[in-house]
Write a protein that binds this ligand. Structure first.
Ligand code: HEC
Ligand code: HEC
Length: 259
């Protein structure tokens, strides 16, 4: 699948504060800068350092448990130059951009990640497949529908508080690759679904019946992104404990099993 690099249209309310503590005195980062840092982190760092920044052994970036750097300026230098002779690659970001990543890491170090630890993953799996009806839209390791995103390794790229937010407030933040589109053909037929890919000639959509449909651009009258998630909020459908259980289950899904 080709992930489209579209900027987030939505503001993460969780980070809508100005975060300055712990940063080099000459810089202040706004909530918008921190969102940019989050995007950069998810785009280039999450695969190695993990959604909580603690996947490289001995390094916990949000909590400043570091082996080499001892302050923000040194982190910024390492982010830009990499660590020669190790897996840490240099990165083509400006000093300011590297600073926004560090500011984002501080912001997650300061938000409690409690939801997952309060839940029971086995109960969460049962709710996901049963009462929650999540498999009617989501697929995990080959089981379930494709109309929503595949969640087989969601724990490898989303933090527990973000997963929780997706369940209780699905409209709050939608990842670019998960956006829903609505197309209207010249004959007036409308189709809504998940945008899988688009190129110069075609728009490929997975419709609500799990069918892959290609629309030639030349035949389209309208092409719009839908802001509202097709996913219902579970705020009033599941108890706080049940949500915590589902979050514990999903946070633990970190790699796709090889069958
Ligand atoms: C290919 C895997 C990989 C990627 C991608 C990667 N890192 Fe690293 N990073 C590592 C490894 C491994 C180390 C430990 C290097 C060492 O000291 O042995 C490290 C070290 C670091 C350190 C130094 C920590 C310390 O102990 O002082 C920082 C800061 C850091 N990474 C931030 C980032 C950021 C931010 C990004 C994204 C822009 C990123 N890394 C991308 C693998 C990666
Ligand atoms: C009617 C279909 C539908 C149902 C039912 C549904 N979802 Fe979703 N879900 C979606 C769609 C579509 C998205 C992508 C848009 C978005 O992020 O809101 C999504 C997004 C998500 C995400 C964020 C994925 C990411 O990559 O960031 C999580 C987590 C999630 N759903 C969990 C659940 C859980 C848990 C349940 C059951 C309690 C559930 N969903 C039920 C359709 C659904």
């Amino acid at each position: 699948m080709i992930y489209r690099k579209v900027l987030f249209m939505r503001v993460f309310t969780a980070f809508s504060f100005i975060f300055a503590a712990g940063l080099a005195a000459q810089h202040t980062y706004t909530s918008g800068d921190i969102e940019d840092g989050a995007l950069l982190y998810r785009g280039t760092c999450v695969g190695c350092h993990g959604p909580d920044g603690n996947l490289v052994p001995g390094i916990d970036l949000p909590h400043m448990k570091l082996r080499r750097a001892s302050n923000d300026d040194q982190m910024i230098a390492i982010i830009r130059n990499g660590v020669p002779g190790t897996a840490m690659p240099p990165s083509n970001v400006t000093e300011f951009q590297a600073g926004t990543i560090v500011a984002y890491l501080h912001s997650i170090g300061n938000t409690a990640g409690g939801a997952a630890s309060a839940g029971d993953a086995a109960r969460g799996k049962a709710i996901f497949e049963g009462k929650g009806g999540c498999t009617s839209c989501h697929r995990i390791r080959g089981q379930g529908s494709r109309s929503g995103p595949d969640l087989s390794d969601i724990g490898a790229y989303r933090r527990a508080p973000e997963i929780e937010k997706s369940i209780v407030d699905p409209d709050a933040e939608i990842l670019p690759q998960n956006r829903t589109v609505r197309v209207v053909a010249k004959d007036g037929t409308a189709t809504t679904g998940r945008l899988l890919n688009e190129d110069t000639f075609n728009v490929m959509i997975l419709d609500s019946k799990d069918r892959l449909v290609a629309f030639p651009r030349a035949n389209l009258r309208e092409f719009t992104f839908v802001d509202k998630s097709p996913m219902p909020s579970y705020k009033d459908k599941l108890s706080a404990q049940e949500v915590a259980d589902v979050v514990a289950y999903l946070s633990g899904l970190k790699s796709v099993e090889v069958k």
